[in-house]
Design a protein around this ligand. Structure first.
Ligand code: F0G
Length: 352
């Protein structure tokens, strides 16, 4: 049980899990002490689904998403190889994380994002951290194709999850869950976009089993948004669409990794609608006090929609913070009333 270690003296995922990671004494570690995120019990949700549910709140990483776990590895290894510049395609979070870690390492960072389709907070982050941001007239899948070409022809270091060091770093999320629970959960619920994260978690759970730290691996349940569900349909989606812009992806790069995780764990991949995603996001905020972004809520909406065997231990990954995408919330809840600045007016508005 490393719960205490996670709260005091946490050293970031590379130092905490060095023996499981491809780093050496020569690797310069670029870290902002990512990882060590809380595994929060969710009593209301547990009661609703008849299971014990925990939320792994990845929104509490340095750039407020799970991407930092992989980025500390990708940027440290890029610096070790003395790469002058890094590049990524992104629906927003990867660009924020790449920009922050590259800046800290003194590297140039360029990011390609789909025009008008990334959340406000993520755009602000990429710009604030000093990345060269290009909005492309096309979607994430097209941006990633161009990034692959730049990697091959222009020799830029790609820090998308097609970079194996990203997956290595992200697998530490599974280690932390097992360290805190004392064993693997029965069920692991996760949103799926480009499919790197489900691939990484499965790798982490398998490695802990092989190391004798856990006694089993969980069933991996992946969830995709209705308009962006290539894995569920079994073919790429040309024009993916969903309110959860982070997972607006039609042709996931880690397709095979996701399939492997799902079949080897007797898991499943299923569809949740935008309405279900937003309802789960709201439920988490109002009844558990945890505000995550829409894509993250896909894991919980899937749990609510498809259920789990009674009494199961379930972990839902909440991949990013709600403040990344404030527009969605402001648009979907009633506007607060404006009242005069006097006692009586406030009482009357509150119905007192
Ligand atoms: N949740 C959030 C908040 C994300 O930002 C992403 C992916 C996912 C879930 C899906 O994870 O791609 O590993 O299956 N965001 C990427 C990006 C694509 O560019 O920020 P995945």
């Amino acid at each position: 049980m490393q719960e205490t270690a996670a709260r005091a003296g946490w050293r970031g995922v590379i130092e905490e899990y060095r023996r499981f990671l491809p780093v050496s004494e020569q690797t310069p570690v670029i870290t902002m002490l990512e990882g060590g995120t809380p595994l929060i019990e969710a009593p209301r949700l547990s009661e609703r689904v008849g299971a014990r549910v925990w939320l792994k709140f990845e929104g509490l990483n340095p750039t407020c998403s799970f991407k930092d776990r992989g980025m500390t590895m990708a940027i440290s290894k890029a610096l070790e190889r003395k790469a002058p510049a890094v590049i990524c395609a992104s629906t927003g979070n990867t660009s924020a994380s790449a920009a922050a870690y590259a800046g800290r390492a003194g590297m140039t960072c360029a990011v390609l994002v789909p025009e008008g389709k990334i959340a406000l907070g993520k755009m602000a982050q990429a710009l604030a951290y000093g990345a060269r941001v290009l909005e492309i007239r096309g979607n994430f899948d097209r941006a990633l194709e161009i990034v692959r070409e730049l990697g091959e022809k222009a020799g830029l270091e790609i820090v998308n999850s097609i970079n194996p060091f990203r997956i290595q770093g992200q697998k530490t999320g599974a280690f932390e869950i097992v360290d805190v629970l004392g064993d693997a959960p029965d069920i692991h619920c996760i949103p799926v976009g480009n499919a790197g994260n489900i691939t990484a978690y499965w790798k982490g759970y398998r490695e802990y089993l092989e190391a004798g730290i856990s006694t089993h691996t969980p069933r991996m349940l992946g969830f995709q948004a209705e308009g962006a569900a290539p894995l569920v349909h079994g073919h790429p989606i040309e024009n993916p669409s969903t309110v959860a812009t982070a997972i607006r992806i039609g042709n996931p790069a880690s397709w095979k990794g996701a399939e492997e995780a799902i079949s080897a764990s007797s898991g499943a991949v299923n569809i949740v609608t935008d309405e279900e995603i937003l309802a789960a996001q709201s439920l988490l905020a109002t009844s558990e006090g945890v505000y995550c972004e829409p894509a993250s809520a896909a894991s919980v909406s899937g749990l609510l929609k498809f259920g789990v065997p009674e009494g199961s231990k379930v972990v839902c990954i909440l991949t990013g913070h709600g403040l990344k995408d404030p527009d969605i919330t402001i648009k979907s809840v009633p506007k607060p009333p404006v009242v005069d600045a006097d006692y009586a007016a406030v009482c009357s508005a509150l119905g007192l």
